[in-house]
Design a protein around this ligand. Structure first.
Ligand SMILES: C[S@@+](CC[C@H](N)C(=O)[O-])C[C@H]1O[C@@H](n2cnc3c(N)ncnc32)[C@H](O)[C@@H]1O
Length: 247
């Protein structure tokens, strides 16, 4: 069954991160420093960039680099163009489809996109086709650390437009499965799963208007994100790309 994902339109209303970076944006800043972004690598593409808030922050920190942002929602791209630095190049691009621009970047980042789709082998190939011959792909989101792949269908009785039980986009892929898939791809030289640790001081309130929007909660002394669907373990999947290697 084809699933819809009305929830992405709710991000349009959420503009707070245009002025204050998300905790994960700061994590990305550090990961980029770790790979000598700004020196060894100088172009970055945020796939599923929504209103461009992460790109806007990163371009202010790595001023000698070139930044690109894409999304499938035209209203998000328009907002990003209006509200963020005009040094960032934005365009519509669907990561489930073959690349249709000449753009390739040293570093691809993508937050909260991977879990939307069912065919992850194809998705990884689509990311790779947008990457330079050598570089990194950094994918962040909730993953399952227990070896279980989860595919959720839901209806949000307040926000689902069709009123049908037809909403998707919350697959929680297991790290085991990701490992199995990336090991098959010869252009991926190495990979790492980096757990995202949210500090206790990070407190995000439950927004009663939007039960899909994640909030923080203390679970056995650990600050974790939760929404109406799932308690989340977040990771960054870090893929080192080297298209010249032969496995
Ligand atoms: C969960 S939101 C995350 C937005 C942003 N990356 C962030 O972290 O705040 C997922 C974003 O991915 C976009 N998206 C969904 N499917 C996509 C696709 N096939 N290609 C590109 N972007 C997509 C959505 O429109 C939405 O803006």
């Amino acid at each position: 069954m084809k699933k819809n994902r009305d929830h992405d339109f709710l991000y349009l209303k959420d503009q707070q991160y245009l002025t204050t970076p998300k905790h994960t944006t700061l994590i990305f800043e550090n990961l980029l420093k770790d790979i000598s972004f700004g020196k060894d690598y100088t172009s970055l593409w945020d796939i599923g960039c929504s209103n461009g808030s992460m790109l806007n922050y990163l371009q202010s920190k790595f001023t000698n680099c070139k930044f690109f942002g894409s999304d499938i929602i035209p209203e998000s791209i328009e907002l990003a163009k209006q509200r963020t630095s005009d040094t960032i190049e934005y365009f519509i691009d669907d990561i489930t489809k073959k690349k249709n621009t000449p753009i390739r970047c040293d570093v691809l980042i993508s937050v909260g996109v991977f879990q939307i789709y069912d065919d992850i082998a194809k998705l990884i190939q689509n990311y790779l086709s947008r990457s330079e011959d050598e570089g990194y792909i950094l994918l962040q989101g909730p993953f399952n650390k227990y070896g279980v792949d989860v595919n959720i269908t839901y209806r949000d009785n307040k926000n689902t437009k069709t009123n049908l039980l037809d909403q998707g986009g919350w697959n929680i892929w297991s790290l085991d499965h990701i490992e199995e898939e990336v090991k098959k791809i010869k252009e991926i030289e190495s990979f790492e799963f980096i757990p995202v640790v949210f500090p206790d001081s990070l407190k995000i309130q439950h927004n009663k208007e939007d039960p899909l929007r994640s909030w923080t909660t203390n679970v056995n002394g650990v600050n974790q994100f939760l929404n109406a669907l799932v308690l989340q373990d977040h990771y960054v999947v870090k893929l080192k790309v080297n298209k010249s290697i032969k496995k």
